[in-house]
Design a binder for this molecule. Structure first.
Ligand SMILES: [Mg+2]
Length: 351
C-alpha cells in the first residue's frame, strides 16, 4: 500500500454569524483539504484551517508547506510516511520546516488511511472500544453585554448550555457579561476565554468580582509568553485556569505543568501538529492527573470528525470538548460522521 498522489484544494464554509474574539473576526471558515491516495485506491483526507493570528499559518503557507514535503511522503506506505512526518531531525529538511497546521492535515490523512486499511473506525484505532456520547461547548462571541446575554440565552434554549464566553481587554465589560449570564442563566456552564487580553491585575480583579458566579474555568487570561503571570493567577484563583495559546507542543505542556502555571491544558490538533502529537500530550496529562480541553480552530468537517474520534478514545482525560465549529456553520455539513443536537454529539459513521 504505497502513496501515489497528494492533492490539495482550498475550501470555504460560511458562518451563521461572524465569530469575534479578542484576536480576530471571521465570517467564512477557510481551510486547505489534503487528499492522499494510495495505489490500492484508498483515499485519506485531512484539513487545516488558516488561522494566521494564532498559528502563523495562512492558506498560502499551508499549501506551500504541503507542496514542499510531497516528494518526502510519496511512494511510501502511510505508516512510513507518518513516521517521516513526525521524525525529529534537527535539520533544515523541508519536513522539519513546515507549520503545525500543515503537519496536522497530513497526519490526519495518513491516520485515516491506516485505520481504513485495518477496517476500523478511527476511534477504535485510537483505542476506544465503543463510540462514546460526547458534549461540546458553544462559543458566545465578543459583543455588547446585551447581545452576548441574548446569544447565550438563545444557545441555552437550543440545548447548548456549555458556553465558551469570549471576553476582551475591557475588564468592566467582562465582569458585566459574566455577572449577567450567570444571574440570568443559572443552569448554564460558563467557560471564560480571554484569549490573552488581560493583565494579571485585571484578571485578579475579575476573579474577585465574579466570586458569586459559578464559572467552570478561565482560559488563557494573559499573553501566551507570560507563564509567571499565569502562575500568579493560578495560585490566587479557586476557578481552574486553562492554558491555551501558551501550549502548542508537548514541551510547552510539560513546562506549564511542571511549573504549576495552569491547572488544565487546551489541546488543539492545529497547534500541536496532529493526532500523533496530541496523543503524546494527552498521555503526559493522563500520567500527571491533569485534565484537558480538546479544542479546535474554526475548522472544516473532516478535521472536526477526527478530533471527535480522538475525544472518544480519551474521554477520561478530556473534561471539556470545544469542537463547536459545525454548530456555527450556516448549514450543517453532510460530511460529518456525527450528529450534533445542540451540545449532544452522537457518532453515526460514514454514509
Ligand atoms: Mg482559547
Amino acid at each position: 500500500m504505497k502513496i501515489i498522489n497528494i492533492q490539495t484544494e482550498v475550501k470555504h464554509i460560511p458562518l451563521k454569524t461572524p465569530f469575534i474574539t479578542a484576536l480576530r473576526r471571521v465570517e467564512n471558515i477557510e481551510f486547505v483539504r489534503v487528499s492522499i491516495t494510495c495505489k490500492n485506491g484508498l483515499v485519506g483526507i485531512g484539513e487545516a484551517p488558516a488561522t494566521k493570528a494564532i498559528t502563523g499559518e495562512g492558506i498560502e503557507d499551508i499549501l506551500d508547506s504541503i507542496e514542499s514535503v510531497k516528494s518526502t511522503l510519496n511512494h511510501h506506505s502511510p505508516q512510513n510516511a507518518l513516521e517521516r512526518l513526525h521524525e525529529n531531525r534537527q535539520t533544515d529538511h523541508p519536513i522539519c520546516l513546515i507549520g503545525n497546521s500543515a503537519r496536522a492535515s497530513l497526519d490526519m490523512a495518513l491516520l485515516s488511511l491506516i485505520a481504513q486499511s485495518e477496517n476500523m473506525p478511527l476511534y477504535q484505532y485510537f483505542g476506544a472500544e465503543d463510540a462514546v456520547h460526547l458534549q461540546t461547548d458553544v462559543t458566545i462571541s465578543l459583543n455588547t453585554p446585551q447581545v452576548m446575554l441574548e446569544d447565550a440565552r438563545a444557545a441555552c434554549e437550543n440545548n447548548m448550555d456549555i458556553l465558551k464566553v469570549k471576553l476582551g481587554a475591557d475588564i468592566k465589560h467582562a465582569i458585566e457579561v459574566i455577572q449577567s449570564i450567570s444571574k440570568e442563566l443559572p443552569a448554564a456552564k460558563i467557560l471564560v476565554d480571554a484569549n490573552q487580553a488581560w493583565s494579571v491585575q485585571n484578571c485578579l480583579h475579575f476573579i474577585d468580582k465574579v466570586k458569586d458566579c459559578e464559572i467552570e474555568l478561565i482560559e488563557q487570561p494573559v499573553i501566551a509568553g507570560d507563564l509567571e503571570g499565569l502562575k500568579i493567577i493560578t495560585e490566587y484563583s479557586d476557578i481552574p485556569i486553562l492554558a491555551d495559546e501558551a501550549v502548542f507542543t508537548l514541551e510547552d505542556a510539560q513546562k506549564v505543568i511542571e511549573t504549576a502555571s495552569a491547572d488544565m491544558i487546551n489541546i488543539k490538533l492545529m497547534k500541536c501538529g496532529g493526532v500523533i502529537k496530541a496523543i503524546e500530550i494527552l498521555e503526559y496529562c493522563k500520567s500527571n492527573n491533569v485534565t484537558c480541553m480538546l479544542g479546535s480552530m474554526l475548522e472544516g468537517p473532516t478535521s472536526i470528525n477526527i478530533a471527535l474520534h480522538l475525544a472518544m478514545a480519551y474521554s477520561d482525560v478530556i473534561k471539556y470538548i470545544d469542537l463547536d465549529s459545525p454548530l456555527l456553520y450556516k448549514e450543517m455539513s453532510d460530511e460529518l460522521e456525527f450528529i450534533f443536537e445542540g451540545k449532544d454529539i452522537e457518532y453515526i459513521g460514514k454514509d
